[in-house]
Design a protein around this ligand. Structure first.
Ligand SMILES: NC(=O)C1=CN([C@@H]2O[C@H](COP(=O)(O)OP(=O)(O)OC[C@H]3O[C@@H](n4cnc5c(N)ncnc54)[C@H](O)[C@@H]3O)[C@@H](O)[C@H]2O)C=CC1
Ligand SMILES: C[C@]12CCC(=O)C=C1CC[C@@H]1[C@@H]2C(=O)C[C@@]2(C)[C@H]1CC[C@]2(O)C(=O)C=O
Length: 257
């Protein structure tokens, strides 16, 4: 899809990989609709991108909030061509800790934001995309890009909920792509390795440094949001990519424990 003047909805737009995606898609000429829970940081994004962007405070886990956000995007820009799911949380706990079972409140929150939130955006964005005229050359009406994680394959200690949510994102990619193919809508997920964002800044520096030193093949550093965003842009532009999950992780391979 040629991105010039197309409309891209990006969740988690106020920070990290979502913010990087907004910048890359805007640089390619797309109009940006940024969704996040964080109103202050959304305002900074809108100021940075100017009239090329609108933002809305949206909780991806909440059906009414997502519907209202997509309605606002349609009212402002008249269409949705690209949807990028980056909103996510990484609350962790061991399955049993100090004799107590994993708190279900934590489990439900992580699944609600990372998995149900992703599917909420997919289904409302797809309805909007179906209204687009098919591209004259390709028949394409839209593209949906989701964020899974290397944790879908190799979740770490404490990441049962996070890994399950990200495996869920990977798992829905093919059936949703099958559902939407007849409408000219592609669905691709990305499984990032360790990227330098607020989510990772929450880890003790010793832990993130040890992942970099021992488990990342080459280059021996965290990824940058612009490196994730370059892949988002490529997926949007390359009509032959569909129904798959692509890793961008510098060959990260985790040890057993
Ligand atoms: N940073 C990393 O190393 C990796 C990140 N990921 C995934 O990439 C995605 C983006 O993460 P980062 O940019 O690193 O994190 P981040 O913490 O910098 O950004 C996440 C954004 O999502 C927003 N958000 C959280 N819950 C929300 C909700 N219910 N509704 C709307 N917005 C919400 C936050 O306000 C924040 O702006 C997440 O899905 C994360 O799981 C996956 C693998 C590795
Ligand atoms: C970013 C993650 C998940 C959230 C968290 O609390 C801590 C993290 C730091 C280590 C990351 C986590 C993740 O999403 C999976 C990876 C990136 C992990 C380091 C390696 C990782 O397991 C991976 O890429 C595996 O292939």
């Amino acid at each position: 899809m040629q991105l010039q003047d197309k409309v891209a909805v990006v969740t988690g737009a106020a920070s990290g990989l979502g913010l990087g995606s907004c910048r890359a898609l805007a640089a390619a000429g797309a109009r940006i609709v940024g969704f996040d829970r964080d109103a202050d940081r959304l305002a900074a994004l809108r100021d940075a991108l100017g009239e090329q962007a609108m933002t809305a405070v949206v909780d991806v886990a909440d059906e009414a909030s997502v519907k209202a956000g997509i309605d606002q995007a349609m009212a402002a820009f008249g269409a949705v061509h690209v949807a990028v799911n980056c909103a996510g949380v990484a609350d962790s706990a061991k399955t049993v800790s100090k004799g107590e079972p994993f708190p279900l409140t934590t489990w439900n929150k992580v699944i609600a934001v990372n998995l149900t939130g992703t599917f909420n955006i997919i289904r409302f964005a797809a309805v909007a995309m179906m209204r687009n005229a098919p591209d004259g050359d390709t028949g394409e009406r839209g593209v949906i890009i989701n964020t899974s994680s290397g944790a879908a394959w190799q979740g770490q200690v404490g990441q049962a909920a996070y890994a399950a949510s990200k495996a869920g994102v990977m798992g829905l990619t093919l059936p949703v792509a099958r559902d939407l193919a007849e409408h000219g809508i592609r669905v691709v997920s990305i499984a990032p390795g360790l990227f330098d964002t607020a989510m990772v800044a929450g880890l003790p520096p010793k832990v993130s440094q040890s992942i970099v030193d021992r488990m990342i093949l080459y280059p021996n550093r965290m990824g940058r949001p612009d490196e994730f965003a370059a892949l988002v842009r490529h997926i949007a532009e390359n009509t032959y990519l569909n129904a798959t999950t692509i890793s961008v992780d510098a060959g990260a391979r985790m040890q057993a424990r």
